[in-house]
Design a protein around this ligand. Structure first.
Ligand SMILES: Cc1cc2nc3c(=O)[nH]c(=O)nc-3n(C[C@H](O)[C@H](O)[C@H](O)COP(=O)(O)O)c2cc1C
Length: 417
């Protein structure tokens, strides 16, 4: 029986080992990760090989170590892009100042840094270096930049250093690293949503005014598409009902294209009977033109008024259903975010709402976002990070809350019976 069969919900971990004195401790990290059911692929830098041989890592990981971007024989079995896709997590331990600097600058001079640019998996960096190097302003600002981009940093810790000094810069101990890795909210359980049907609306809608003009908004669809990927990776069968966006459909996800709020409404109604979870992430236009001109509206030297009527309320049409799916809405507000979100969750009887501020520097069409997630009497803050990572955190919360709600429902049904 392979490790993957023992626990196929454990993430595949690509362990990057760089040229620090703590490299020998990474052998223990490999052993502990495998004990937790993860498959581990080691990628070493040239620097790391000055400290420890690749044969030793091959032995403990039971996989050939990758250490060369230009290795033709390895490229025919698993290219650097395949490696980047295979990884559920990229863990770099120890991470040298050089590696941290390369990641912060987006450099891709070797296999490890190249695949870090090519992966959509979360990256966890475990710095290890001399205390003066760690307090260097360049290292400090590189770490700050990586954190801002959603990279997790573990440690370093205070203690004895190989150079004879005592201070911050020592690598966190392997058991602590491994326990922190599995606690990361970005690690998805591949079975958390297994067997469930999920529909996610995403992107903007376009409400026509005349044959060439329409009302729309700044939504890029990135959050909805990231949620679809994270839900798929958690084992769900996922359909996106998508407004016009320029994004690729995530692998394994069904996609239904629509333009207007009316079309989105009607596609959702077709799917709704068979779904367990509905996530209304689309920025659906609240209003549409009362009538659409068949001809292009001509310019005149007088004011022009446009009569609008409310668009169909897709979220309420789902949440108001008797025994409907677990329903999550989004509240994008320019001010008073929490007040509006709390009003919306109550008014629309949602199971959960994810609220965020939108404006010139927030939310729509941005790479980074943050969310306040409200359910029951709880508010969970998901701090600013990249949308794919934020989506993973939100899907984890949804899976937990969905399962909790279903267990409570089952208990109350049993007690009635
Ligand atoms: C004996 C020795 C120990 C080193 N230990 C560290 C270390 O702990 N942390 C670090 O950031 N750099 C350390 N370095 C420097 C790195 O090996 C060097 O910056 C190298 O370019 C790193 O390359 P890599 O990040 O591609 O592995 C050490 C160098 C030597 C010679």
């Amino acid at each position: 029986m392979s490790d993957q069969e023992i626990n196929d919900s454990s993430p595949n971990i690509l362990l990057g080992v760089t040229g620090g004195i703590a490299a020998y401790k990474s052998l223990e990290i490999v052993k502990l990760l495998r004990k937790n059911g993860s498959d581990v692929q080691v990628v070493m830098t040239k620097g790391a090989e000055e400290f420890i041989s690749s044969a030793t890592f091959q032995n403990v990981s039971s996989r050939p170590v990758r250490n060369n971007l230009w290795d033709e024989s390895a490229e025919s079995t698993m290219t650097h892009i395949d490696l980047a896709r295979w990884a559920d997590i990229v863990l770099i331990a120890p991470a040298t100042a050089h590696c941290i600097g390369s990641l912060a600058s987006g450099l891709a001079a070797d296999l490890l840094t190249t695949l870090c640019l090519a992966t959509e998996a979360p990256i966890i960096v475990v710095p290890a270096m001399n205390k003066v190097m760690w307090s260097n302003k360049a290292v400090e600002s590189n770490c700050k930049l990586l954190r801002k981009r959603g990279v997790s940093l573990l440690g370093p810790v205070y203690g004895d250093q190989a150079c004879g000094e005592i201070g911050y810069g020592r690598m966190m101990e392997p058991d602590e690293i491994v326990s922190q890795v599995y606690k990361q909210p970005i690690i998805l359980d591949k079975k958390a949503l297994a067997g469930l049907n999920i529909v996610i609306t995403a992107g903007p809608t376009r409400e026509p005014i005349d044959p060439i003009r329409y009302i729309t908004n700044r939504s890029s669809g990135k959050m909805g598409y990231s949620l679809a990927l994270a839900a798929r990776e958690s084992g769900a069968k996922v359909t996106i009902v998508s407004g016009p966006v320029s994004l690729e459909t995530p692998a394994g996800v069904n996609r239904v294209n629509v333009e207007t709020a009316e079309e989105m409404y009607s596609e959702v109604q077709k799917l709704i009977d068979d779904i367990d979870i509905f996530i209304g992430c689309a920025a659906v236009s609240d209003y549409q033109a009362k009538s659409t001109s068949l001809e292009k509206i001509k310019r005149k030297n007088s004011d022009l008024s446009l009569d609008l009527k409310p668009s169909p309320d897709i979220l309420t049409s789902v949440s108001a259903r008797d025994k409907g799916p677990f329903t999550i809405g989004f509240a994008a507000e320019t001010a008073d975010v929490m007040r509006y979100a709390k009003e919306k969750i109550a008014k629309k009887s949602l199971d959960m709402i994810a609220a965020n501020k939108v404006g010139p520097d927030h939310g729509f069409d941005q790479e980074l976002n943050s969310l306040s997630v409200i359910y029951g009497d709880k508010v969970v803050e998901l701090d600013q990070t990249s949308k794919p990572i934020l989506a993973k955190k939100l899907i984890k919360l949804i899976a937990e809350r969905y399962n909790e709600t279903r267990i409570n429902q089952q208990l109350s049904n049993d007690s009635i019976a």
